[in-house]
Design a protein around this ligand. Structure first.
Ligand code: HSE
Length: 311
C-alpha cells in the first residue's frame, strides 16, 4: 500500500487520573486534534503550517517535528521526507495532554505513512521524545493512552512497560479548562523531591484500588480511590477555587476527580451522562462567577487511540 498522505486524529488525555502520578492516563473522545502528514521529495521534516496555536515551525523545536525526525533518523533510508500541517485543537499548557497528543499523532501517523510497522511500545518510545522537548520529562502517561486508547498504566519506565487497563463502560468525564496556562516543566518543579513513607503507603493503596475498580467496574471503590497525596496538594493552589469546585461537583453526583495532568484543567468522573452535565453546569457557574474564561468538555473514554485516515 503506497500511502502519500495521512490525516491523523489524536485524543486529549487525562494524565495521572488523580492518584497515578506519571503512571496512569486515560484517553478522551473530546477534544481531539488533527494533523496531516505527507510524503515529500525533500529528505527530513518540514512543518508547513500550524493552525490554532503559536508554536515553532522549526522542526527541532516542535514536538511533532522532533518525533518525526527521531523516526526518520532510525530508518536506513536517509532520503525520506515528510511535510506536516498541524491543527492544534488542544491548547498547550491546558493539562489535557496537548504535547502528548501531538507527539502521539506524529509517531503513529509517521509509522502509518511510511508503513514501518513499529510495535506499539516502540511508537510510545518515539512519542516520549516529543514530551522530552516539550517539558524536559519523558513521562508516558499522556502518550501511552493517546496511542493505545483507553486507560494505560506505566508499570516501568526503564525498561518501558505499559499495561492497558479495561475502560469502565459507564464512565463519563467532565473537564473544565480555565484559560490560564500552566507549564508542565514548572508544575513539576513544585513537587517535593522525596515522598514520606506514610504518603507512599496511602498513594499505593489508592493506585492499586483504582486499577482494581477499573477491572471490577466498581464505581464506589473508584470514588474512594480518587485521592492524591503527591501532586494535588502542591499544584491545586494555582487553580482558582479548586477545592470548592471539587466539593460542589461531588455534591451534584460526581464520583471524584482532580487535576488533569499538571493542570489547570480539572476533571470529574461520573457514571451517567446527565450527572456529567450537572457537574459541567456547576463548574461553569463557578468560573462564570469568577469571570474566568474556560472551555468545557463532556466525554466518554476514547478506546481507539490515534486514528489515521488516508486517501
Ligand atoms: N504526569 C505528568 C505530570 C503529566 O503530572 O507532570 C503532565 O501532563
Amino acid at each position: 500500500m503506497n500511502v502519500k498522505e495521512v490525516k491523523v486524529y489524536s485524543p486529549a488525555t487525562i494524565a495521572n487520573v488523580t492518584c497515578g502520578f506519571d503512571v496512569l492516563g486515560m484517553a478522551l473522545n473530546e477534544p481531539v486534534e488533527k494533523m496531516v502528514l505527507r510524503k515529500s521529495h525533500y529528505p527530513g521534516v518540514k512543518i508547513c503550517k500550524i493552525f490554532g496555536a503559536e508554536l515553532p515551525l522549526q522542526y527541532d523545536k516542535n514536538v511533532v517535528g522532533v518525533v518525526i525526525d527521531k523516526i526518520l533518523q532510525h530508518l536506513p533510508n536517509n532520503k525520506l521526507g515528510i511535510e506536516v500541517e498541524i491543527y492544534k485543537n488542544i491548547k498547550p499548557g491546558s493539562g489535557l495532554g496537548s504535547s502528548g497528543s501531538s507527539a502521539a499523532g506524529a509517531a503513529v501517523g509517521t509509522n502509518f505513512l511510511l508503513g514501518t510497522n513499529f510495535k506499539p511500545i516502540e511508537i510510545i518510545r518515539f512519542a516520549q521524545e516529543g514530551e522530552k522537548i516539550a517539558c524536559d520529562s519523558m513521562h508516558a502517561d499522556n502518550v501511552a493512552p493517546a496511542i493505545l486508547g483507553g486507560i494505560s498504566l506505566v508499570r516501568s519506565y526503564c525498561p518501558l512497560e505499559v499495561v492497558s487497563l479495561p475502560s469502565p463502560k459507564k464512565i463519563w468525564a467532565t473537564i473544565i479548562h480555565p484559560h490560564l496556562e500552566i507549564n508542565t516543566l514548572e508544575a513539576r518543579k513544585v513537587l517535593k523531591p522525596e515522598i514520606k513513607r506514610d504518603i507512599a503507603i496511602k498513594q499505593c493503596g489508592n493506585v492499586g484500588a483504582l486499577v482494581s475498580a477499573f477491572y471490577r467496574e466498581d464505581n464506589c471503590l473508584l470514588s474512594r480511590s480518587l485521592v492524591d497525596y503527591i501532586a494535588e496538594p502542591v499544584r491545586s493552589p494555582s487553580i482558582p477555587e479548586f477545592d470548592e469546585m471539587k466539593r460542589e461537583c461531588k455534591k451534584v453526583g460526581a464520583l471524584g476527580g482532580g487535576i488533569s495532568g499538571s493542570g489547570p484543567s480539572v476533571f470529574m468522573l461520573s457514571e451517567a451522562k446527565d450527572t456529567a452535565q450537572k457537574v459541567a453546569n456547576s463548574m461553569i457557574k463557578r468560573y462564570n462567577k469568577l469571570k474566568i474564561d474556560h472551555n468545557i468538555y463532556i466525554s466518554t473514554i476514547n478506546n481507539t487511540g490515534v486514528k489515521c485516515m488516508f486517501k
